[in-house]
Design a protein around this ligand. Sequence first.
Ligand code: MBD
Ligand code: FE
Length: 311
Amino acid sequence: MNPKLFDTAEIQDFLKESCGYNQEEGNPRVKEIVHRILSDLFKTIEDLNITPDEYWAGIAYLNQLGQSQEAALLSPGLGIDRYLDLRMNAIDEALGVEGRTERMIEGPLYVAGAPVEKGYARLDDGSDKNGHLLLMHGVVYGADGNPLPNAQVEVWHANTKGFYSHFDPTGEQQPFNMRRTIITDDQGRYKFRSILPAGYGCPPDGPTQQLLNQLGRHGNRPAHLHFFISADGHRKLTTQINIDGDPYVNDDFAFAVHDDLVPPVTEVTDEARMKEENMEAPFAEIEFDFHLTALVDGKDNQAVERPRLVG
Ligand code: MBD
Ligand code: FE
């Protein structure tokens, strides 16, 4: 039997009282959000006839999720991060914002405070011996279509095991390995040398993978590099590029791929080019430009504030 209580005055009053609707104190926005989510949960319990055992399994799961610091990993896995992106895309479209590089979710693994370098940086410290050399470069363009000197290119990516420094379970990586902030030169150019990352996989024994298993889904991302691009008078762009040819490039558990963000990767074997670029072996080359957009009514309406690790 599934009792129908949700639509009774008693339960509706109970939800309002639970969310402090009859209290002066508190935050109205928080009350509104909690009331909606709690109401949806009550309704879900009724509609799906959720048993107490199922409910308490969910509570135990939330505790595990927090304990393992994976809430911000499950979030992209469920597509919520990408949903927020798609909403920002729709806002841009309504405002007539055009010509921008596609945005793409930040993910949970950014660390603030990376070393800052002008024009060029080497991202890897040479300790990952399995890496294939990568040279990536391009121009940051402003809203007026001209190259932007002194723009900030923050880049971070994983090593050949798919692990990020500061979050590496092997403890092998030095702080800020494969993380840099590059300031564009007087022609708006950035350039860096690194190694091609491997794709990321969710911790196999963690709560995110545990839920994905229940959904019949994998927890893998294609190899990718993350970027924050910022400059005076412009909105901060959060994006990624994905490495063409990766088996997961069209099957990302975090829904963080877009056709515009899979640039060609060219293999350079020419000795003269290798010498010119100070590369001691053949390397993969990616050219990719970033197009920033103007502030909206003097404000950055796409910059996201969230708790971030400071290294
Ligand atoms: C990552 O490296 C990532 O970028 C995302 C979105 C989720 C998990 C790991
Ligand atoms: Fe990532």
